[in-house]
Design a binder for this molecule. Structure first.
Ligand code: PEP
Ligand code: MN
Length: 263
């Protein structure tokens, strides 16, 4: 069902009127993790000033180590909802277990399935059965075919509001956190009818590569750029090395929007 052959037109994922897949570029920005109301609001305000409406933030964090900050959980979702309602924005946030999906519906506008859960088939079936857009991230070591099959699990339950997100894959290369598989973008656009996002933060893991990676993603046809922004990345509870501060975010957006006008 996700195949372009079965459905030649682009699917538009409608997030409160933001029509992702319509040929325009969209930006999902926000902190790696929701840490407080003030922290989340500071980032959202900077986004609002630029007309960006898709606010991300992790409330349930899939951390590699059990001793790292695991997120604020439901409290984090409540903060996101409060800030988004105040500023007329939409919430994108990761849900890790099928039993939390129902709860999330009240707080989240886009359910994010993280890389580590791309093949959590119960979770895929559960989000496939609800009326809520899904941002599906590519697994750390997933082939494109496995990634497309994960999306098929969701759509086969009735939900076609899926954004595919390339977020880098594991290779032998250690200069970047993961290897951004940029050619996945045109392949996914060709093989499926779903909009495609590129997460420049988790793929590169390097602040100095966010801008060139975003330009490459736009040039190759991505519908959405995702990146992380924190008011003070040095004290962030997760991903402090690659989040942008607010002046860096503004500079990034200036450059990326100027670049996208030239495309
Ligand atoms: C995230 O976007 O918050 C995240 C944890 O990314 P990934 O699942 O791609 O590692
Ligand atoms: Mn992160």
């Amino acid at each position: 069902l996700v195949s372009r052959k079965a459905h030649p037109e682009n699917t538009i994922v409608n997030v409160n009127g933001q029509t992702i897949g319509d040929g325009n570029q969209y930006y999902i920005m926000g902190p790696c993790a929701v840490e407080s109301y003030e922290q989340t609001r500071a980032v959202a305000l900077a986004m609002k000033e630029r007309g960006l409406k898709l606010l991300r933030g992790g409330a349930f964090k899939p951390r590699t180590s059990p001793y790292d900050f695991q997120g604020l959980g439901l409290e984090g979702l409540k903060i996101l909802r409060e800030v988004a309602d105040e500023l007329d924005m939409s919430v994108v946030s990761e849900i890790m277990t099928p039993s939390d999906v129902e709860l999330a519906l009240e707080y989240v506008d886009v359910i994010q399935i993280g890389a580590r859960n791309m093949q959590n088939f119960d979770l895929l079936k559960t989000v496939g059965s609800v009326n809520k857009p899904v941002l599906l991230k590519r697994g750390l070591s997933a082939t494109i075919s496995e990634f497309i099959n994960a999306a098929e699990y969701i759509i086969s339950r009735g939900n076609d509001q899926i954004i595919l997100c390339e977020r880098g894959i594991r290779t032998y290369e250690r200069a970047t956190r993961n290897t951004l598989d940029i050619s996945a973008v045109p392949i996914l656009k060709k093989e499926t009818h779903l909009p495609v996002a590129v997460d420049v933060t988790h793929s590169t893991g390097r602040r100095d590569l966010l801008l060139p990676a975003a330009k490459a993603a736009l040039a190759i046809g991505a519908d959405v750029i995702m990146a992380e922004v924190h008011p003070d990345p040095a004290v962030a509870l997760s991903d402090s090395l690659q989040q942008m501060n607010i002046p860096q975010f503004n500079e990034f957006m200036d450059e990326v929007q100027a670049f996208s006008k030239k495309l």
